[in-house]
Design a protein around this ligand. Structure first.
Ligand code: UDP
Length: 313
C-alpha cells in the first residue's frame, strides 16, 4: 500500500485530494494547521482506517514516522482576501514550509508534488498562458506575498531536483471551484453564490470585464492524480481553458439561483489580473488530460452545496 502525505488536507483542494487518494487505495496522512482549513471538510474521513490527521503547521519542522512514497504540498492561504489578511503566514508556508517538505521528501526518498498557481504569471502579457511564460508579477504589491512565495516554491523545488535528484512534480493550478470552497473566502464564486442566495447585492469588482477560466474541482483532482503518476518534472498548467468575464459569471449565478440580487460595481483591487486562461496543450499531450465538466453542470453542483451550507449555518 502506497503512503502519501497531503498538507492542507482540511482545505478545499486538500480534502478532495484526500478523498481521491483514499479511494485509490492509498494510506493517507493529512496535515493542516486549520488557519484557513475546516475540519468539516474531512469529518467524514476521521473514522477511516487509512486516514491519519496531524494538526501541524508545516512552516515549522515536519516529522512523519515511517515510510512515505509521495508528498502533496497544498497548505497555503489561497484567496486574495486570505493572503491580504495573513501575508506572513502565506510567505512562510510557501517558502519555509516547502523547504521543510523538501527535506522530508529527501529523507524519505519520496516524490514531492507542489501546488503552484497561475498567479506565477501575474497580470499576464501573454494570453493564453503557456508554461514557458515567465510572468508579470509585482513583488511588493498586495498579491506579491502569494505570487512570490509560489515562485520561490517552484525555484527551490527545482533546485532540489537538479542538485539532489529529488523526484518532483509542479502543477500550476488555475481558478478552480466546487463544493467545500469557503463561503467567506472572498473569491468570486463563493461571494456571488452567498450574495445571490441571501438576496444581497452581487459585488463585481471593476467593470467586470476582467476574465478568468473556471475549472470544476473533480477535473482538477483528476489532472493532479495523472501528473503525479507521470514522470514529468517541469511545470504543467491544469485548468479549464473556457474563458469568461467576471460580469458574465455574476449574471450566470443570478440566473442559476433565480435571485432578486442586483449586480453592483466596486473598485477593482490593485494588480487584479485583466485576463487569465490556461494553455493546456502540455497536459493534453503528456497526461492525456482535459477537463470534462461543463460550467453549467459544475455551477449547479456548487450551488446546491452553498445552499445547503447556508441553510445549515
Ligand atoms: N471578484 C469580484 N467580486 C468579488 C470577488 C472577486 O468581482 O466579490 C473578481 C476579482 O476582482 C477577480 C475575479 O473576480 O477579477 C476572480 O477573483 P478571485 O478572488 O476568485 O480569484 P483571482 O483569480 O483574482 O485570484
Amino acid at each position: 500500500m502506497k503512503r502519501i502525505l497531503i498538507t492542507g488536507c482540511a482545505g478545499f483542494l486538500g480534502s478532495h485530494l484526500s478523498d481521491k487518494f483514499l479511494n485509490e487505495g492509498f494510506d493517507v496522512i493529512g496535515m493542516d494547521n486549520l488557519l484557513t482549513g475546516d475540519m468539516d471538510n474531512i469529518a467524514h474521513l476521521m473514522s477511516e482506517k487509512h486516514f491519519t490527521f496531524y494538526h501541524h503547521d508545516v512552516s515549522t519542522f515536519v516529522h512523519v514516522p515511517g515510510e512515505l512514497d509521495y508528498i502533496l504540498h497544498f497548505a497555503s492561504p489561497a484567496s486574495p482576501i486570505d493572503y491580504l489578511k495573513m501575508p506572513i503566514q502565506t510567505l512562510k508556508v510557501g517558502s519555509l514550509g516547502t523547504h521543510n517538505l523538501l527535506g522530508l521528501a529527501k529523507a524519505k526518498n519520496a516524490c514531492l508534488l507542489i501546488a503552484s498557481t497561475s498567479e506565477v504569471y501575474g497580470d499576464p502579457l501573454i494570453h493564453p498562458q503557456t508554461e514557458d511564460y515567465w510572468g508579470n508579477v509585482n513583488p511588493i504589491g498586495p498579491r506579491g506575498v502569494y505570487d512570490e512565495a509560489k515562485r520561490f516554491q517552484e525555484a527551490i523545488t527545482m533546485a532540489y531536483h537538479t542538485y539532489h535528484g529529488l523526484d518532483i512534480r509542479i502543477v500550476r493550478i488555475f481558478n478552480t471551484y466546487g463544493p467545500r470552497m469557503r463561503l467567506n473566502d472572498g473569491r468570486a464564486l463563493p461571494a456571488f453564490f452567498g450574495q445571490a442566495i441571501k438576496g444581497e447585492d452581487i459585488t463585481v469588482f471593476g467593470d467586470g470585464s476582467q476574465t478568468r477560466s473556471f475549472c470544476y474541482v473533480d477535473d482538477l483532482i483528476d489532472g493532479i492524480y495523472k501528473l503525479l503518476h507521470s514522470n514529468y518534472t517541469l511545470p504543467v498548467n491544469i485548468g479549464n481553458p473556457v474563458e469568461i468575464s467576471i460580469k458574465e459569471v455574476a449574471e450566470e449565478v443570478v440566473k442559476l439561483t433565480n435571485s432578486s440580487s442586483k449586480i453592483t460595481f466596486l473598485d477593482l483591487p490593485k494588480d487584479d489580473p485583466k485576463v487569465r486562461q490556461p494553455d493546456i496543450t502540455k497536459a493534453k499531450e503528456i497526461l492525456n488530460w482535459e477537463p470534462k465538466v461543463s460550467r453549467a453542470d459544475g455551477l449547479e453542483i456548487t450551488y446546491k452545496y452553498f445552499l445547503n451550507k447556508i441553510k445549515n449555518s
